[in-house]
Design a protein around this ligand. Structure first.
Ligand code: AMP
Ligand code: MG
Length: 355
């Protein structure tokens, strides 16, 4: 698959030394495992190798559990079994599934359905389109869209039950699950006594306290032009960042490039090439907002980001002609950028392979 122009989160380094008492003899450890179709990377500062690896094992186990709960690829995941019961009565669900659906649904409400956790019937058509390199037929899209609608995702917080009110409805939390899983993994590390760590699942990164003696974790945002590499560097501390766009999964048919993110109003994969980066207090928020803002576009998207506590966003859109890129950002985004000195620190690639 050709990636060509792309933008993604891809680099992590550390910022320059600051006074930091009590950091002790912390060592840096790194662990990688593949879950949810992406490589997750854990960066951990810890005095003890044994503690670091046992904490990493627990964190990966948590991600694996959430994959088994939230996947829409695994036929026996809790989410799939719930979808199988659409049109039936309310179903008791795990606290994790309930929380993800509650967070997703509340964003649907805020975005008037731009973020749509019942988009699965349409997403499935686009997955097939990617395999066959053939557009879904309008009649198929129409039929699938009729089975979509977050208002018919009925949550009962007291009873911890979920009901999909119409037969044929199916859930898809692909736009929020990796951020949620990264948050959960960081929490596992914290419970193991590790306060300086970073969890990166491809385009979703969540960090706790910075490395010893540093003021932040440096995360690079690549330019939309693959050859340019990272052109902006964020310095993050107890924050999350996500990027969404058509860089990894898309299909090009008759010269038009369709993203894996679908506009629920039309059922079509997004065609306005953009990369959306969102910084937020947690990964569940950054992941879901990045997907939502991709659908909403720069104007409404930025408005949404400005209105959300602790959130900043950067939207890069491929333009025509002379102005190759249009850049929009929230008023506080600039303040998150690392100082030039910090950018000289060694960096590591985190994004998907550029092939
Ligand atoms: P992300 O990479 O976080 O932007 O998520 C993209 C994934 O979210 C897709 O692969 C779908 O599983 C799902 N998705 C696609 N369109 C939407 C949408 N409009 N609202 C919510 N989730 C979506
Ligand atoms: Mg997302």
């Amino acid at each position: 698959m050709s990636v060509g122009l792309l933008a993604m989160l891809l680099v992590v380094g550390t910022s320059p030394a600051v006074e930091d008492q009590g950091a002790g003899n912390l060592e840096r450890f790194e662990f990688r495992e593949t879950h949810m179709g992406s490589e997750f990377k854990l960066l951990i500062y810890c005095t003890d190798r044994e503690l670091a690896s046992s904490a990493a094992r627990s964190a990966f186990a948590r991600i694996a559990f959430l994959d088994a709960t939230l996947s829409d690829y695994k036929p026996d995941s809790e989410l799939m079994r719930l979808s199988d019961q659409a049109g039936g009565p309310a179903v008791p669900v795990s606290p994790e599934l309930f929380e993800v659906l509650a967070r997703a649904r509340s964003l649907s409400e805020r975005t008037d359905g731009a973020f749509e956790p019942t988009i699965n019937p349409v997403v499935k058509l686009w997955r097939r389109a990617r395999r066959n390199r053939e557009l879904p037929r309008p009649s198929q899209l129409k039929e699938a869209l009729e089975r979509v609608g977050w208002r018919d995702l009925v949550l009962n917080a007291e009873a911890q039950t979920v009901r999909l009110a119409r037969p044929g409805m199916r859930l898809d939390v692909g736009g929020i699950a990796k951020g949620y899983a990264s948050d959960a993994a960081l929490e596992v590390l914290r419970e193991a006594g590790i306060s300086r760590a970073l969890v990166a699942g491809a385009g979703d990164i969540v960090a706790s306290e910075p490395p010893p003696g540093r003021s932040g974790w440096i995360v690079g945002i690549a330019s939309l032009d693959a050859e340019e590499g990272a052109t902006r560097f964020l310095s993050l501390r107890c924050q999350a960042v996500s990027t969404s766009g058509d860089t990894e999964r898309f299909v090009e048919i008759d010269g038009v490039r369709y993203s894996h993110i679908v506009d629920p109003r039309t059922g079509l994969g997004l065609t306005d090439r953009s990369s959306v980066t969102v910084v937020a207090p947690d990964g569940t928020t950054s992941d879901s907002l990045a997907t939502a803002i991709s659908v909403l576009g720069p104007e409404t998207g930025l408005e949404l980001a400005e209105q959300t506590e602790g959130v900043e966003a950067l939207i890069v859109t491929v333009g025509d002609g002379q102005n190759r890129y249009r850049v929009d950002q929230t008023s506080g985004f600039e303040a998150l950028l690392a100082r030039p000195l910090e950018q000289e620190e060694p960096v590591t690639s985190l994004g998907p392979p550029e092939s």
